[in-house]
Design a binder for this molecule. Structure first.
Ligand code: NA7
Length: 536
């Protein structure tokens, strides 16, 4: 008589942010049992950890949410155009409470490894507290930005003041009043932190290696009237997020910069700049990221704005990005960011030619100068996209870890599944669309549901992307990347191409074919009976 090893639960889900919560709903629809593990003490994921000053979305609130529950959409009130961290966290807490999701989640529990067993076709998932669980399916919702990157400056431990990392911010408020503060890094999180800290610190010194194109967010409170109108517009907004290239609730511009005269282009850019946010990129023209002349004009437009806003010409020049095209790095949104450099208590130090050499007990030292601080804030980014998954220590068939697998290029079919990792679904895995995350997450969780359902319907114990499909998707990601101007920015280390962490191999870590393009690829896969997958 043969004995069969049975799973403890149908699915283990890792993470309780947008992806984990949306997955709970999907698995319930399928009638599957689950255990969700979450390292934090509450739901929220990225929005649980990133509590630094002024942390805020760069996507308009009415599109930065989940659409699976219309009532949820119509009963939630976003206070601002771009919600702050506390509001996004409150939203996710509300999602979990409304759908009674917390009972599926074990908080304070970090997964330390997962192994696929070929003999039983089950995953064994181990947690740091020493427990083990066997499941048929493993679904990770780790986000792209769960592992901080902190440059290994010599002497970092010797600093006698306070040290903070933006993405590991304390839960208690930090008071910078009367303090001399350093911020290292001017990416999206640095930009937000800088404007917040500048208002209270005695002095803020910003250490900038690469200037960015910081677009004005023009954030504002939403009136009762606006909120009501947005809720009534649920169908249109949901459709727009599925069809817009970046999954934003916007329309395409419907015009090409390449077909406009210099004067017309200037006018359109001015309107986009005044409207604020990513509308400068996506509602002005549809070819900013692919047409050189248009991109040059849009980049120069921002430089002119910087020179107009910033009073000190030397500081203005340091803030002007010249070594990558707009879009070559992820452009941050700011709220009076450039204006901040007109404050008497803020100074800018370029460490491009004169890098930080070491952290000292009193502050830090570049090749030519020494600085003293009470506080150093690292806004130095993340081991993005691959870091959270490789850190989780996932072993597929042949006991091969994702870290080993991705020593070449990180590849995942449809940014979700990989050959050699059966029954594993990585929501926001490498080569998922580079677009606003909640709509991408919903699309990927829905696809996960369909793949699992097909496996169940066909009595399959195992569903796995084929090698051909995994490589084919990766080739497509390369092809699309090369059709854009984005590779021109590679020298400035964009994180979404894995270029920001020394030793990490840069590659097409995301799909740049747009949200509608992704939807079409997914539909093709589903409607043709999953040719990219093997069910057994
Ligand atoms: P980013 O955008 O990767 O920014 C990190 C910043 O830290 C960037 O300005 C880096 O300069 C700087 N950095 C990194 N290492 C160093 C060293 N050694 N010396 C000086 N400066 C350094 O990360 P964020 O956290 O701001 O944003 C990531 C995403 O989170 C963001 O795009 C949103 O989607 C949310 P560099 O540009 O490499 O010269």
């Amino acid at each position: 008589m043969s004995t069969q090893t049975l799973p403890d639960v149908d699915a283990v889900v890792v993470g309780a942010g947008f992806a984990g919560l949306r997955t709970i709903h999907e698995l319930r629809q399928l009638g599957l049992s689950m255990q969700v593990f979450e390292a934090g003490t509450d739901v929220g994921g990225t929005w649980y950890w990133n509590r630094y000053p002024e942390a805020r979305t760069d996507t308009e609130s009415w599109g930065y949410c989940l659409f699976f529950d219309r009532e949820l959409y119509e009963t939630w009130d976003w206070p601002e155009r771009f919600p702050g961290q506390a509001d996004v966290l409150a939203y996710l807490q509300h999602v979990a409470d409304k759908h009674d999701m917390r009972k599926e989640i074990r908080f304070n529990t970090r997964v330390s490894g997962a192994w696929f067993d070929e003999a039983t076709n089950l995953w064994t998932v181990r947690t740091e507290d020493g427990n083990e669980l066997r499941s048929r399916f493993l679904i990770t919702g780790l986000g792209w930005l769960g592992v901080a990157y902190k440059p290994p400056f010599p002497g970092a431990d010797t600093f006698e003041g306070e040290t903070y990392v933006t993405s590991q911010w304390p839960h208690e408020p930090v008071d910078f009043t009367g303090k001399r503060v350093a911020v290292i890094g001017t990416g999206a999180t640095g930009i937000q932190t800088i404007t917040g800290v500048a208002r209270v610190a005695e002095h803020l010194t910003v250490f900038q290696r690469t200037p960015n194109y910081v677009l004005p967010s023009r954030n504002h409170a939403l009136s009762e009237f606006q909120r009501t109108a947005l809720k009534r517009d649920y169908d249109t907004i949901a459709k727009k997020t599925r069809e817009h290239v970046f999954a934003f609730p916007m329309d395409a511009a419907g015009r090409l910069g390449s077909e406009l005269s210099d004067e017309e282009l200037e006018k359109v850019l001015e309107r986009g700049w005044e409207t604020g946010g990513f509308r400068y990129i996506f509602e002005t023209v549809d070819d900013m990221l692919v047409d050189q002349r248009t991109n040059d004009a849009a980049s120069e437009f921002v430089r002119r704005k910087i020179r107009t806003i910033v009073h000190d010409p030397e500081t203005a020049e340091l803030l002007c990005p010249t070594s990558h095209p707009i879009g070559g790095k992820r452009p941050p949104l700011g709220s009076f960011y450039y204006e901040t450099y007109n404050r008497p208590n803020v100074s800018l130090v370029s460490v491009r030619e004169d890098p930080i050499k070491e952290i000292t007990p009193a502050g830090l030292r570049t090749g030519t100068a020494e600085y003293e601080f009470d506080v150093i804030i690292y806004a130095t980014g993340f081991d993005a996209i691959t870091g959270p998954l490789t850190n989780m220590n996932v072993h597929g068939t042949a006991d091969r870890s994702l870290g080993e697998e991705w020593a070449g290029n990180a590849r995942m079919h449809l940014g979700l599944t990989a050959a050699g990792y059966p029954n594993m679904f990585a929501i926001l895995g490498p080569q998922a669309p580079f677009a606003s995350h909640p709509p991408v997450i919903e699309a990927q969780v829905e696809l996960t549901g369909k793949l699992i359902k097909h496996a169940l319907d066909t009595g399959s114990e195992r569903v796995e992307a084929t090698e051909e499909a995994t490589q084919g998707w990766s080739d497509l990601c390369d092809l699309i990347l090369d059709a854009t101007l984005i590779p021109q920015g590679m020298g400035d280390r964009p994180w979404f191409l894995g270029a920001n962490v020394p030793g990490k191999k840069p590659s097409a870590l995301c799909y740049l074919g747009g949200m509608a393009g992704y939807g079409a690829e997914v539909a093709k896969e589903v409607e043709s009976g999953f040719p990219g997958y093997r069910f057994s």
